[in-house]
Design a protein around this ligand. Structure first.
Ligand code: AMP
Length: 280
């Protein structure tokens, strides 16, 4: 496996693979890889001849008061995980390699970015779409893999790819959880022991929402109300949002009568965690 720091290095390698008729999968990440990321890489390795994992903490998708500086990083451990999983390249560029001075071109996906995380993190998806677009241009993957953990991101990328006729198939992968239900996340490392326990309210609320819908409840107000009550009972938790939206358009929707995404962002102490479920 190659650790590649330059755009040209990746392009050159991909050109060579293309000349040999090989297919290419891309798994974009911000690193500090865990089992959730690994599930994407495993699937990409199964479905493509060669897999590129990008590890890049993208400053453009962080707001001024967010955790860009403290975001956990461990490129050596990331490379080991990628090599063991069968990736061909870890692409780990410096910020200056990705963003030239006076960088002024952005990809803005509107509509699907207005609710949920787009509301609390107004510049986030512009940063995500811009960097993912750049990664697509650099790697030219046949398939790109994204987790349902970041469900709105998955919907936004699908919209961008459709709207801009990009030659890539976007593949969504299920949420990987800890044994006790907490969705795996690089940000879980921020949690103290007490907060780690408190963070279970997210998956408990998810399970309650799923249970209610499985029992036939369709009223969004009832479903979200009971989910919020679980979170509000935890003193260390503070709700950013708990919402039901249409899965394809990410518009607020009040009834579970079509494919819906039920998503939440909750602060546990200073750490903002997300979780969700989709009703197809
Ligand atoms: P990140 O490094 O957090 O930007 O995540 C990179 C990719 O891994 C995104 O597509 C995430 O949705 C996905 N991912 C992160 N955590 C999980 C998880 N627990 N289960 C499945 N996918 C995940």
């Amino acid at each position: 496996m190659i650790l590649e720091k330059t755009v040209e290095g990746v392009k050159k390698q991909v050109r060579q693979w293309r000349a040999e008729g090989l297919s290419v999968g891309l798994v974009p990440t911000m690193g500090y890889l865990h089992e959730g990321h690994k599930s994407l890489i495993d699937r990409a390795v199964k479905e493509n001849d060669r897999v590129v994992v990008s590890v890049f903490v993208n400053p453009m998708q962080f707001g001024p008061t967010e955790d860009l500086e403290t975001y956990p990083r461990d490129i050596d451990a990331d490379c080991k995980l990628c090599e063991a999983a069968g990736a061909a390249i870890v692409f780990n560029p410096e910020v200056s390699e990705m963003y030239a001075e006076n960088f002024t071109t952005f990809v803005d996906t509107t509509g699907v970015t207005e609710e949920l995380c787009g509301k609390s993190r107004p510049i986030h998806f512009r940063g995500v779409c811009t960097v993912v677009n750049k990664l697509f241009n650099i790697v030219t993957p046949d398939r790109a893999y994204f987790g349902q953990k970041d469900a709105q991101q998955l919907a936004v990328i699908r919209r961008m790819v459709r709207d801009l006729n990009m030659n890539v198939t976007v593949i969504g992968c299920p949420i990987i959880r800890e044994d006790d239900g907490l969705a795996k996340s690089s940000r879980n490392t921020y949690l103290s022991k007490e907060e780690r326990q408190a963070a279970l309210v997210l998956s408990k609320a998810v399970n309650e929402g799923k249970r209610l819908i499985a029992e036939g409840e369709k009223d969004g107000e009832v479903i979200l109300g009971k989910m919020k009550a679980i979170i509000e009972a935890e003193p260390l938790a503070k709700i950013d949002y708990v919402e039901m939206v249409k899965w394809d358009t990410i518009e607020i929707h009040h009834t579970a009568d079509c494919p819906v995404l039920v998503a939440m962002a909750v602060y546990i102490g200073k750490t903002r965690l997300i979780d969700n479920f989709i009703v197809e």
